[in-house]
Design a protein around this ligand. Structure first.
Ligand code: GSH
Length: 252
């Protein structure tokens, strides 16, 4: 019966499944983890065995049903266990922001950064050397001769995403508006991995940085991190949540 179902999260350290753990900690919900600590490849292989139809992180066993897609998983858990927490009231303007960022996290932020990443990998260049794409605030320091198809120059680029986020956070404390909401949990992953995926130096974005420090101080975030990342290292042996220093942009 919804609301009393058990929650088992198939997890990989440092990956999107962290957000489901964080939500459960925020709500004080019991959950179990399927994880091979310190073995990122092994955790992925375990998910393939458990749910070969769509072996991604997160996959959640919710009672006798399987769910994929972080946003959907968060919505289901909030609908059944939230009691109105972490979602702004429907009558408030913040509800609209909340819904937008809940979907933006995967639908635009992660997907656009990843597609640039894949283009860069295919071309054998770093993402910073690609056309920067449409941006409200043109870069002061574009690459001298951008690599990649010129069509990229006309599309919304990763830095436009970050300008958009920065503008929102200049006017609101949280992605959810006045208060922390599940949208902040959703947005944390694309911001956390921006350096690794798209070579975006988030320290250039003062409001994003302010927001990130603030949400990472939450007791539920810390509890989730302790439970979700027991080995504390990624597959390259780098500390989780501490991406390597932003690589310097090649001289123009
Ligand atoms: N939009 C999905 C993305 C899930 C996803 O791609 N997860 C990554 C880990 S962060 C994964 O499992 N990658 C393995 C693969 O793509 O095969 C969500 O938010 O749940």
């Amino acid at each position: 019966m919804p609301g009393t179902d058990t929650i088992n999260i198939h997890h990989i350290e440092g990956r999107r499944s962290f957000r489901v753990i964080w939500l459960c900690e925020e709500l004080g919900l019991p959950y179990t983890l399927s994880l091979k600590p310190g073995d990122i490849f092994g955790s992925l292989m375990a998910i393939r065995e458990a749910y070969p139809a769509m072996p991604v992180a997160p996959v959640v066993e919710y009672g006798d049903q399987w769910i994929v897609e972080t946003g959907a998983i968060l919505d289901v858990i909030l609908a059944h266990h939230g009691d109105g927490r972490l979602v702004p009231d429907k009558s408030s303007p913040d509800f609209i922001s909340h819904c937008q960022w809940m979907h933006f996290a995967e639908g635009s932020a992660a997907s656009r950064m990843l597609s640039e990443r894949f283009v860069a990998l295919t071309l054998g260049v770093n993402p910073d050397e690609l056309h920067e794409g449409y941006r409200q605030k043109p870069s002061a320091n574009p690459p001298a001769e951008p690599a990649g198809p010129p069509q990229l120059a006309f599309m919304v680029g990763s830095r436009c995403l970050f300008d958009f986020m920065e503008d929102h956070l200049s006017a609101h404390p949280y992605f959810g508006g006045a208060d922390f909401s599940a949208a902040d949990i959703m947005m944390h992953f694309p911001i956390q991995v921006a350096r690794l995926i798209a070579w975006i130096d988030t320290s250039q974005y003062q409001q994003i940085l302010r927001w990130q420090k603030q949400v990472e101080q939450r007791p539920a975030f810390k509890a989730a991190l302790a439970r979700a990342n027991p080995s504390g290292a990624d597959e390259f042996g780098q500390p989780l949540n501490e991406p390597p220093p932003f690589p310097p942009r090649p001289a123009a």
